[in-house]
Design a protein around this ligand. Structure first.
Ligand code: FUB
Length: 310
């Protein structure tokens, strides 16, 4: 479509994209979506799957914005793996942006070097005055490293997929994990952990936790199994216990992974995820972000997502 050729080159200014359905974007592969609503604007963050087809190769994160969910603006690349001087390699994984006191904090999965010289997964945080960036490393070191969770570790790459929730009393929480889910409090500065890291017990947890709240229920949705479906659990407290409520979304086409964000925008609830999208070229390492509607039942449970091409 118009503009796709120039978008392939380094993008220096905003570009308008008219979206006609799922998957949203066809000029780049986009994975691991996160969503943030600021005023009348929906911000969509995603990793850029480079499309080499050999593995999760995500050197950049992207940001798109929309006021009507049809016309989107792609902003210049706001954050890269190389923005973190301590990160090793050239690829990062899933992420989420949250706002606090007019600043925007971007929590990312990447890799660092352990004291023994071996690479391990880590979570970093970048900050900006604008939801579209540019973002800068907020700490100069990782926020979570894989030697902080050895007590519960089930696999070596468990410290990935951060999601942050700021509760009504102002306390912020970081949830993350693969195979084992964890959570910890964040200090008011949003860039340091406060207190202990605790395990979160969820059945068949694979990865991709996302917290949201609707009425007086907290929801923890997450990827389960492999290929992944999205499950969810509900609780009256951010500390749990979390009651499993089953499958929310089926395996997303020809992608082994599935990764969701759930937000309300202008009175409508949205389920944002990725699939293997573009059938002939898409797949597990060439993913594409999609958005469908999410509906609640009277008792607060969520209806299974209907994946559409619209
Ligand atoms: O994109 C790499 C990894 O795949 C993410 O961190 C997981 O959530 C899964 O989507």
């Amino acid at each position: 479509f118009a503009g796709s050729l120039s978008l392939r080159a380094q993008q220096l200014s905003d570009t308008v994209i008219h979206v006609s359905g799922n998957p949203l974007f066809t000029h780049k592969y986009t994975a691991d979506p996160a969503a943030l609503v600021v005023g009348d604007t929906f911000y969509l963050y995603a990793g850029e799957d480079t499309g080499d087809g050999k593995g999760y190769n995500i050197p950049n994160w992207l940001v798109f914005s929309s006021k009507d969910m049809k016309t989107w603006t792609e902003h210049p690349i706001p954050l890269r793996t190389s923005s973190f001087s301590w990160a090793t390699g050239n690829s990062s994984w899933a992420s989420q942006v949250v706002e606090r006191d007019g600043k925007f904090y971007w929590y990312v999965s990447t890799e660092h070097k352990n004291e023994d010289g071996k690479r391990g997964k880590a979570i970093g945080v970048a900050v900006s005055d604008s939801p579209t960036g540019p973002f800068k490393d907020a700490r100069g070191t990782a926020l979570i490293t894989n030697n902080m969770t050895t007590q519960w570790t089930k696999i070596s790459w468990d410290d990935i997929d951060p999601t942050v929730w700021i509760d009504e009393d102002g306390q912020a929480y970081l949830f993350w994990g693969n195979t084992q889910c964890y959570y910890a409090k964040l200090k008011k500065n949003m860039v340091d952990i406060e207190g202990e890291i605790m395990p979160v017990e969820l059945p068949a947890f694979t990865e991709a936790p996302w917290i949201h709240k609707h009425k007086d229920w907290y929801y923890l949705s997450y990827a389960t199994g492999f290929p992944e479906k999205i499950s969810y659990a509900m609780s009256k407290s951010i500390h749990g216990p979390w009651e499993p409520k089953g499958i929310l979304n089926e395996i997303a086409g020809n992608s082994n992974t599935n990764h969701q964000a759930i937000v309300e925008f202008k009175g409508v609830w949205y389920f944002v995820y990725h699939n293997g999208g573009r059938q002939t070229e898409g797949g597990s390492y060439r993913r594409s972000v999609c958005i469908d509607r999410l509906y609640y039942n009277e008792d607060g449970t969520i209806q299974r997502i209907q994946m559409t091409t619209e």
